[in-house]
Structures are given as structure tokens and as C-alpha cells.
Design a protein around this ligand. Structure first.
Ligand code: ASP
Length: 599
């Protein structure tokens, strides 16, 4: 006998259904025997409803089946909805229950390795191994439902604005985006490899050259990097490209999309986004992805201190062209113990500071780690510039390189925010910003060579480009990032569309003309045949879902994520392959012991 067709979902039942006959299908969430009455909660992806089996002469058979129910059994229930005697205000269906008249067990379940409940204490590894059980938990069901909603919103948004969704290859030629490629050996071309895309960057540019004008794709990207809490080796990007754009047009279309996305899941994203140049973001917040939900802005003291002290720590920095002295204020921090301040000094050192100067503003005057070297007048000026008040602690850091100095101060700023609890209750408050005028190149301090900051297809600021001979470090790019709450949500740029300029950028990055042709010949060629000006951006969808769902674990928003050591615990990937497969590829596995195994 087949089972009855479901008439409603378990989470949708409410007092408005009282008296109705319903059919539910789902899993037994929990069951209990209350002196004759048997209760079980039936769960599906919308929630759960209480079902009750009363022992009567007619229900004897039913009762027998119900008595044998266990958690995670799959059941089909028909019954009548009634008001509960003891309502449970904690769950949406808490006012009603279903009096069971028919019950079918569609499948049994062994005792699961952990209980499927929201506040499970099972380790993440165990949950990843039995991911299908873990995914039955309401929060993960909710996150993936939200992910679906977000994807649909994105697709509708771009479709209505004339963007075509076009797929690009997953097996492609290795092209650099700054990370390591995943490689796939070719059977028909033994010894040759495809790379999995780090992003569809080059293809989307080629699509613009091909005249598609506006493109988007929800694309899977692959980067073989060591993982962090908010990274995965394969991740999903919303990839966008437009022909004939300027920055304002890209900002408008991306901001509009994010506003719609936030709205579609019941949240609000303030718009228009703040725009901060890279320099301003660094010098005010000490990061190119600042969390703007709180203040604690950095104050630059460099010029104010110049000539007012012999303190070597400061004078050494002041001698350097790029040297910066700056401060952050911890409101109420004057009370902190020596030990509490020492941990801040240690943190500053981790970020590259030689040390940290602290100043306490107390009712009795200033206390400071550098009191000997700083006059009362100077301490007073620092206090004024920093806007510090009695009871506050001022932390002063310095470094001969400006970005490093601000990075140290930025790390202190975030630590202070944590200590002071400034983010409490702000999980669903969002502070988005554009970070603009990014540097074009990044210097490797050890080798004094330059590499690209964004990717090598990014157009330089025209005026800076004319002055490039004065120093590559000062050339800014027409690149931009969106940051929200301390996360970089994505980046983009206006691209180079001129072959000569592209070649010159490759030259500056140290690629010989032969290497350029070998790696990028096809796009350099394409530039010869009428490439329109173009530009775009990509946003991390996993991160968007993380922000909207309020989790800081990227694995909570991906159905089948990898662990931090890049393993799929459910399917046991990666794994060795059969000899036969290797033979077909004409490959032999011989591990080179001289190369260190990565951590
Ligand atoms: N391809 C770039 C990235 O993945 C984004 C872009 O420039 O559009 O970061």
C-alpha cells in the first residue's frame, strides 16, 4: 500500500487548522510515552508538529506501531488537528497537535551517531561525516533555504537589468589570480593539465570582447590555499562584467543587488554605501576591510609629534619618508592592569611593532610607559588630538612603513572593540563600504619585486600610470572592494582593454614576452580585434549567506564543505585512485620526499 500524499508541511500547522484532517510526512524528532498517551514530534524542513496517539480499542494496531517509533524513523501520518491542552509557546506550532488516525513507518533508522537537535554537542568532524543528519538540524535547513532565496534574488535582479547568465569552463587553462591552482590531468593529452578556475576572470573579459555587453554567473571557483575560518577551497562567486562602464555604474548595479538580497531575507543594508579610499580606510581604521559598526578611529600623530621629542623610538620613525606614528583610545582603559596592557603590546608585536607606548589619563595626571621621553605638553597635545578623556587609555604605535603602522593600530582597534564589547548585539547591523583607489602593485619587501594587488587585468589610474617611472608603489588601480562588517565581500575593477598596456603591465610583473604569449596569448590576441572598455566585480556568495544568517563559520552555509585540512569527511576525499585510472592518464605516483608536506 502506498502512503498518503502530504496535505501540509509540519511547520505550517497553526490554530487556524483546528478541526482539519491533515496528512504529514517526515522524521520522528522525538517521542515520549506519557502514561498511555504516546506523543511524537514529526519534523520536516519547515519545522515540527506534535502528534498524539490515544490508546482506544480502535487504535490498538496504531498504538503498537507508534510504540515502536524511534528518532529519525520516517513516517506518514494522517490525523485531525486539535488545540493542545498544554500549549508550548516556544515553538510556532505549539498551540496544536495532530490526533493520529493512520500511521505508516516508511523507513526505520538505526540509532544515529548523534542526536539531531539544534544545540548538539557532537564534534564538527562527526557532524561532517554524517552530514545528512547534521543537515536535518533546523539552523542548517534555514541557512540553506536562505542561500537558495539569495541565489534566486540575484538571478532575478540581473535578469531584469539585461545581464545574461553565461557559463564558463570549469576545465580551463591555468591563469593566475594570485592563488595556487587545482590541476586536472588530461587523458587525451598525456602530461598536460587543465586547471580549475580560480575565477572566470579571463572568460568574462572575452565575453565582453565577444559583444555580450552585460554578463553574470553564479560560478564555482577553486583556490588551493591554506584554509581559514571564512575560506573554502571551492567557493561560489557572483561574477559580473559590463561593457562601457565607469566605476559609478558598477557601484550602482552591485549595491542595488546587495540591497535586494538583504531585503529578500528580511534584513536591511544601508545604502548608498560609504566610499573610502584605500589610504583613508587604512589611516582611519587600520585595515582595507574595516568593521565600521564601531568608531575607535585611529588618530595620526606623525606631524604633531615631529620636533617635539628626542624619544628614539619616535625620531627613528620620523626620519623615514613613510614613517607613521598613530594612536587609538580605549575609553575607560586607564583602569586596566599592567598585564592587560601587556597583552595589547604582545598583539602589536605580532603585527610587526617594536613595542607600544601607552598613556593613561588619570585624575592625578598622565601615567605612561614613555613618561621620561614625553613632555607634559606633548602628552597633553596627544590627549587633545586623540579626543581622550580622564579615565581613558591611549595606545601609541609607530612604524617606518605607513601601511604596517596602521595595520598594527588596526589590530589594536579590533581587539579593543572586542574587549569593550562594542559588537555585542550588532550581529544583524550592517555597515557596508566601498574601498576605492587601491594600489595597483604590491612590493615584496624581501625580493624588492612587484606583484599585482588585485589581478593583472586591472586598469591603472590614468594619471598615476603616466607617472609610473617615479615609483610603482604609488600607482593606484581602478580597483574597488566591497567590505561589510570586517569581511571583504568581493573585489573588482575597470580592466585594461588595450594590448600594449596589458603587455607593459605583464612586463612590470616580470613576465617575459614569451611567457606572456604562452600564458595569455589568447586574451592578448583578442585585444587586437576591438575590445570594448569593460569592468566588473565578483562577490563571495558564501560570505553573503554567512553575514545574512549570522554565522561566522563558512561551513554552516555550504551543504557539503571541506574541513580546514581540505577533506570531505563524508565521502572521504581526497583519496588515492585506482592503478587503472593512473595508467590511462599515463601517470605514476611517486611522492617527492624532498618537498616538505604542507601543514
Ligand atoms: N576575478 C576577480 C576575483 O575573483 C573579481 C573581478 O575582478 O571581477 O577576485
Amino acid at each position: 500500500m502506498g502512503f498518503r500524499q502530504r496535505t501540509i508541511m509540519a511547520g505550517e500547522l497553526s490554530s487556524q487548522h483546528i478541526g482539519e484532517r491533515v496528512v504529514l510526512s517526515g522524521w520522528v524528532d522525538s517521542n515520549r510515552d506519557l502514561g498511555g498517551l504516546l506523543f511524537f514530534d514529526l519534523r520536516d524542513r519547515t519545522g515540527k508538529s506534535q502528534c498524539v496517539v490515544q490508546p482506544t480499542d480502535e487504535t490498538a494496531l496504531l498504538y503498537e506501531i507508534a510504540r515502536k517509533l524511534r528518532s529519525e524513523f520516517v513516517v506518514n501520518v494522517e490525523g485531525v488537528v486539535r488545540k493542545r491542552e498544554n500549549p508550548n509557546p516556544k515553538i510556532p506550532t505549539g498551540e496544536i497537535e495532530v490526533v493520529v488516525e493512520e500511521l505508516m513507518v516508511l523507513n526505520e533508522s538505526e540509532v544515529p551517531p548523534f542526536e539531531v537537535k539544534e544545540d548538539t554537542t557532537a564534534s564538527e568532524d562527526l557532524r561532517l561525516k554524517y552530514r545528512y543528519l547534521d543537515l536535518r538540524r533546523p539552523s542548517l535547513q534555514k541557512n540553506l533555504a536562505m542561500r537558495h532565496r539569495i541565489m534566486q534574488t540575484i538571478r532575478r535582479y540581473y535578469d531584469t537589468r539585461g545581464f545574461f547568465e553565461i557559463e564558463t569552463p570549469v576545465l580551463m587553462k591555468a591563469t593566475p589570480e594570485g592563488a595556487r591552482d587545482f590541476l586536472v590531468p588530461s587523458r587525451l593529452h598525456p602530461g598536460s593539465f587543465y586547471a580549475l578556475p580560480q575565477s572566470p576572470q579571463i572568460y568574462k573579459q572575452v565575453l565582453m570582447i565577444a559583444g555580450f555587453d552585460r554578463y553574470f554567473q553564479i560560478a564555482r571557483c577553486f583556490r588551493d590555499e591554506n584554509l581559514r575560518a571564512d575560506r573554502q577551497p571551492e567557493f561560489t562567486q557572483l561574477d559580473v562584467e559590463m561593457s562601457f562602464p565607469n566605476e559609478a555604474m558598477v557601484y550602482d548595479v552591485m549595491e542595488g543587488c546587495l540591497a535586494e538580497v538583504w531585503k529578500s531575507v528580511g534584513l536591511t543594508l544601508p545604502s548608498p554605501f560609504l566610499q573610502l579610499s584605500y589610504h583613508e580606510a587604512m589611516s582611519r581604521f587600520g585595515s582595507d576591510k574595516p568593521d565600521l559598526r564601531y568608531g575607535l578611529e585611529i588618530q595620526t600623530l606623525t606631524e604633531m609629534i615631529r620636533g617635539k621629542t628626542e624619544f628614539k623610538v619616535f625620531t627613528d620613525v620620523l626620519e623615514k619618508r613613510q614613517g607613521v606614528i598613530g594612536a587609538v583610545v580605549a575609553p575607560g582603559g586607564a583602569e586596566w592592569s599592567r598585564k592587560q596592557i601587556d597583552t595589547l603590546t604582545d598583539l602589536a608585536k605580532v603585527y610587526g611593532a617594536g613595542g607600544l607606548v601607552w598613556i593613561k589619563v588619570t585624575p592625578e595626571g598622565y601615567e605612561s610607559s614613555a613618561k621620561k621621553h614625553l613632555s607634559e605638553d606633548l602628552l597633553s597635545d596627544i590627549k587633545t588630538v586623540c579626543g581622550a578623556r580622564e579615565g581613558d587609555l591611549i595606545l601609541v604605535a609607530s612604524h617606518p612603513k605607513w601601511e604596517r603602522a596602521y595595520t598594527i593600530l588596526g589590530a589594536l582597534r579590533s581587539e579593543l572593540a572586542k574587549r569593550l564589547g562594542l559588537l555585542e548585539g550588532k550581529q544583524f547591523e550592517f555597515a557596508p563600504a566601498w574601498i576605492t583607489n587601491m594600489p595597483m602593485f604590491e612590493e615584496d619587501e624581501d625580493t624588492a619585486t612587484f606583484t599585482f594587488k588585485h589581478h593583472p587585468f586591472t586598469a591603472p589610474d590614468t594619471q598615476d600610470w603616466h607617472r609610473r617611472s617615479e615609483g610603482l608603489g604609488d600607482v593606484r588601480a581602478r580597483a574597488y572592494d566591497i567590505v561589510i562588517n570586517g569581511y571583504e565581500l568581493g573585489s573588482g575593477s575597470i580592466r585594461i582593454h588595450d594590448r600594449k598596456m596589458q603587455e607593459e603591465v605583464f612586463d612590470l610583473l616580470g613576465l617575459t614576452r614569451e611567457e606572456q604569449l604562452e600564458k595569455f596569448g589568447f586574451i592578448l590576441d583578442a585585444f587586437k580585434y576591438g575590445a570594448p572598455p569593460h569592468g566588473g566585480m565578483a562577490l563571495g556568495i558564501d560570505r553573503i549567506v554567512m553575514l545574512c544568517s549570522g554565522t561566522d563559520n563558512i561551513r554552516d552555509v555550504i551543504a557539503f564543505p571541506k574541513t580546514a585540512s581540505m577533506q570531505g569527511l563524508m565521502d572521504n576525499s581526497p583519496s588515492p585512485v585506482e592503478e587503472k585510472q593512473l595508467k590511462e592518464l599515463r601517470l605514476e605516483v611517486k611522492l617527492d620526499k624532498s618537498v616538505e608536506k604542507p601543514e
